[in-house]
Write a protein that binds this ligand. Structure first.
Ligand code: 13P
Length: 661
């Protein structure tokens, strides 16, 4: 599959998974209490007991819907891509296992994947979950393909805002009633028509199982639904679980009903002794009717809740936390009836509360990321940065602004590239010598030696990594398999090496390594926990044609710009003008600085100013003890990648010491 096609496929995969998770999280968050009943069914089916006070089903319901929603947003925006891909796969595996159990054992009726919004059969649920699992596997295999819509430094705001939004929304739905009623007993539903249909074309799912009995088991359904007077129904599925904090308010409602010609009943599934107890302790004077427990839980998601019926039509509903205010006897009856469409408006408002800030964050973060640094003040990256140290070198750093402080903040690294030199014995001896020298006289910078593959495993255990680290000179562009002679990133890592040089001009020129191949190598190296020293640089003709900036920018873009800022933090850049490598012809310190400043500005454009300021950019090409100090003194030169001079301990040490005063 070509890279372009893969990109499109992965975007679609993300879109499908993201939207599915957002939808399933959101519709459950609309009615977490309803979903908690489903969780309770699952827990009971699994014979899991839990103490009543814990309200485990409700807590689990809230956690599940929040997690699904957040995961959906992460998928859609491409945030923390690896973590998100793995989390998605885990969730999909769990869901698939559950749906297989559903198909085999039918422990619960309706899986509850989309709350009460969409009802799926067990087989449909299984098919849906297998498809999602397939997509999740694709995602785990290609987690980095799509670019994040929000730059690294801003992702925490998106995460925090998403978590807070969905959690508060859940709590709101629990405290009041669901904003959208997906069930039969929504405001406006004609119960009379649903129980005693007058037309034949009523669909089976519209037929209601609403039935109420009096305490003598006489059916009172018709009497309730055909009453002339408006009727208030207090709905308390189980009285011993009902909130007793509202009993005074219920008494007030009872008085108001009596004074205004309303009927009032309390519908419950509790046994008579509980009804008596309730009346005795709460001075309840309203009459009681008996109905099915599940029916009552479905009618109002509150215990107790209140429902207003007129002409058999549900006119309004209230939760225990939001009962109708009828203390004022002159309350207008019309005020009690819900305004049609009100809920839709509230829902829109709530969605805008999420969508508008999110859009703003996405736009703002991308705008800031793309903005070219122009003013020295932009460079305030450290609290202790001293403004007086800011300098703007307009001659050498047209595109870059640097401060002495920011230079000291990023790591300075001198790395040796042994190339195809040294037998195993010679290499081991040189590494040993260097290790001893640097252990005795600690360097003022990071030091790395990048050796041929055959040296790695022998040298790694000898090094004191606090003074000397190890790297390879290359790794394969394939993960593993039948690639005779190649050495994978994982194999390099397994030797104990921490770094790998990629993109060296010699490999580009002699082994045909293209930006695409290098991109693969970089991705694999980073995925295997290696730090990458990525080489860029122009050939003589390109410099003579004044094309050096263009060439270097294209090399960066071609292999590194699909990385996240988080990944890019593990990349060290090495500017190596090809005409200076092994020729004895060093770029002047000013030439090096000009290019390094340009590179840093390019990185700032792609990854943001802060990332650019933290990026180590080494110079490579005939760097020796005699010229290292002058080169390293330049504000954007953060060390060197040394070829020939790294093969002798004394020369290499001389370059390392250029960082000492
Ligand atoms: P020299 O230091 O030998 O010029 O080589 C530079 C280089 O290619 C390092 O990777």
């Amino acid at each position: 599959m070509s890279e372009r096609v893969l990109k499109i496929v992965m975007q679609v995969v993300r879109l499908i998974l993201g939207c599915t998770f957002i939808l399933s999280g959101f519709v459950k968050a609309v009615d977490p209490r309803g979903f908690s009943y489903k969780v309770e069914e699952y827990l009971q089916a699994a014979n899991m007991d839990f103490p009543d006070w814990m309200n485990l089903p409700l807590v689990a319901a809230i956690v599940i819907c929040c997690a699904e929603f957040v995961l959906g947003i992460y998928l859609l925006l491409g945030l923390r891509r690896k973590f998100t891909a793995v989390a998605t796969l885990i969730v999909c595996v769990v869901f698939t296992i559950i749906s297989v159990l559903l198909v085999i054992f039918h422990p619960v009726h309706d899986c509850g994947c989309f709350g009460e919004f969409i009802s799926l059969t067990d087989a449909q649920t299984l098919i849906k979950n297998i498809v999602l699992l397939g997509l999740a596997i694709l995602l785990v295999r290609n987690p980095q393909v799509a670019k994040p819509l929000v730059p690294e430094g801003w992702q925490w705001i998106v995460s925090l805002y998403t978590c807070v939004f969905i959690f508060v929304f859940c709590l709101r739905s629990v405290y009041y009633l669901p904003l959208i009623d997906f069930r039969q007993y929504k405001v406006g539903a004609d119960l009379r028509e649903m129980v005693f249909p007058t037309h034949d074309d009523i669909k089976p799912e519209e037929i209601s199982d609403f039935m109420v009995l009096d305490t003598l088991s006489e059916d009172q359904t018709a009497q309730i639904l055909f009453k002339k007077e408006p009727t208030i129904l207090i709905i308390a599925p189980l009285l011993n679980e009902a909130s007793t904090g509202v009993t005074e308010k219920l008494a007030t409602i009872n008085d108001w009903c009596r004074d205004n010609g309303y009927d009032i009943f309390c519908l419950t599934a509790s046994p008579l002794k509980d009804i008596r107890k309730w009346c005795y302790y709460n001075d309840a004077e309203y009459p009681f009717l008996i109905a099915d427990h599940t029916l009552l839980k479905t009618m109002v998601r509150s215990n107790p809740g209140v429902m207003l019926l007129r002409d058999g039509v549900i006119r309004n509903k209230w939760s225990a936390n939001n009962l109708p205010e009828v203390e004022d006897a002159s309350v207008d009856e019309k005020e009690l009836e819900a305004t049609a469409g009100n809920n839709g408006k509230i829902l829109l408002k709530i969605l805008l509360w999420y969508l508008l800030p999110m859009l703003l964050i996405i736009m703002l973060s991308n705008l800031i990321k793309k903005r070219k640094p122009k003013l020295p003040k932009l460079l305030k990256v450290s609290n202790d940065a001293d403004d007086t140290n800011d300098s703007y070198d307009s001659n050498n750093s047209k595109n870059s602004i640097t401060t002495k402080n920011t230079k000291t903040m990023r790591q300075k690294i001198v790395a040796g590239n042994w190339k195809m030199n040294m037998t195993l014995q010679e290499g081991v001896a040189l590494a040993k010598e260097l290790n001893e020298i640097l252990s005795a006289d600690k360097p003022n910078c990071g030091v790395v030696i990048c050796t041929p593959f055959i040296h790695l495993a022998s040298i790694a255990p000898m090094l004191d990594t606090s003074v000397l680290k190890l790297g390879a000179e290359n790794c394969a562009d394939k993960e593993k398999g039948a690639y005779t002679g190649e050495v994978s990133a994982a194999m390099v890592k397994s030797t104990g090496a921490e770094y790998v040089i990629l993109g060296h001009s010699e490999r580009r020129a002699y082994y045909g390594e293209t930006p695409e191949i290098l991109k693969e190598k970089v991705n694999l190296a980073l995925a295997n926990g290696l730090k990458v020293i990525f080489c860029i640089g122009e050939v003589l003709e390109e410099r003579e044609a004044g094309k050096q900036n263009e060439v270097v920018a294209a090399q960066l873009k071609g292999s590194l710009y699909d990385l996240t800022a988080e990944q890019f933090a593990n990349v060290v850049l090495a500017y190596e003008p090809v005409w200076a490598i092994g020729t004895g012809k060093t770029a002047t310190a000013d030439q090096a600085e000009e290019m390094h400043a340009f590179i840093r500005a390019e990185i700032a454009k792609q990854f943001g100013q802060e990332v650019a300021e933290n990026t180590t950019i080494q110079y490579g090409g005939s760097c020796k003890p005699s010229n290292a100090k002058e080169l390293f003194a330049k504000p954007d030169v953060d060390g060197g990648l040394i070829g020939g001079a790294s093969l002798k301990a004394a020369d290499f040490k001389g370059i390392i010491d250029a960082w000492k005063d």
